[in-house]
Design a protein around this ligand. Sequence first.
Ligand code: FES
Ligand SMILES: [Fe+2]
Length: 365
Amino acid sequence: MNQTINPPPGFDEASGLRQKSRAAGMDPDYWYAVEEVRNVKPGSVVEVIFWKRSIALYRTADGEFHAVENRCAHRQLKLSLGQVEGCRLVCGYHGWEYDEQGRVVGIPDLFGRKELPEISIRRYPVQVRYGLVWLFPGNPELAEQRRIPDIPEIEGRDRWACVPITFTCTAHHSMIIDNVSDFSHAYLHRKYRPFDGATLTRCETEGDDVHLAYDTQVGRGPISGLFVDHGRLNTNHIELCYQYPYQWSNTDDEIKHWLFVLPIDERTTRTFFLFYFKSLKIPLLPVRIPRFAMTAVMKVSNRLLIGPLLDEDRVAVEAEQLGYERHWDAPSIEVNPVVSAFQRVTVRKWQECLAREAESGNAAA
Ligand code: FES
Ligand SMILES: [Fe+2]
């Protein structure tokens, strides 16, 4: 077994399923959440990374979002080091100006030239939904037909309360997908007990989706038990899905979540969790929290319960990443069949993506 620090193998034919899944990127032909809206103020620019590809995401003074590749066409400086002036993104070095199509529309000093040269950089389609900024890193012609998942419960007038939780994890995205849907790790959460005694009742791969269900005790911990109305809800069963490249869960149509991962590189992933509840109970009282107060309660529950719970997972998967880098050639031993089902989809999708890119002559990796 490899006890030294040779790097794990990349995505090659000789590797096993687990090794391939830990080296796979994600198909760029989907919409990816890249940032929370509230983190990008009008008139500012930030860097976001999709699988090693740096993108400048900026917001004009009128609040609109735009994204372009993160390099100035002049000397290749990152445009995220520049600034937004009105509706233009301006490079911080010589002040070249870009419009939202990525075209150079201003050069402060042309040294006597009369005309602006025709120069442009790549732009990326952007949308805003659920308090998140979404970007389409792949073939722009597919952006219209691919959809951000519809979550009707958190849109419109009667929407359920939902407060996003976002963090960066030093682990491969496949480890995070494994973690969220593999309920064999109840031991890690023995303090908060979000699920207890899970029996897998379904694990089916349909196309690019893996559907699963557990009979389990949802939300029986001392804190979660205060908010969840066990008298009214069936909290003995949960359905989950790895709906590539996203993931969701549903408890009795009242407690739900989506997870959107943003793959940054082989050991870094940004995660965007949306937890949403139809109703919550006022702790210690047999009373439901009124709709108007739900957002405030969600913020408290994110801080007291969901945040600390996800932090336990983050610590575990970051340790798993380190363990994998040191012992990537140790035998893969899994007790829960869902893990290899996820890995098969992740690997197949990346293989298809690499084959597509090889055909078109572009490099996805
Ligand atoms: S490097 Fe951007 S303007 Fe010169
Ligand atoms: Fe967990």
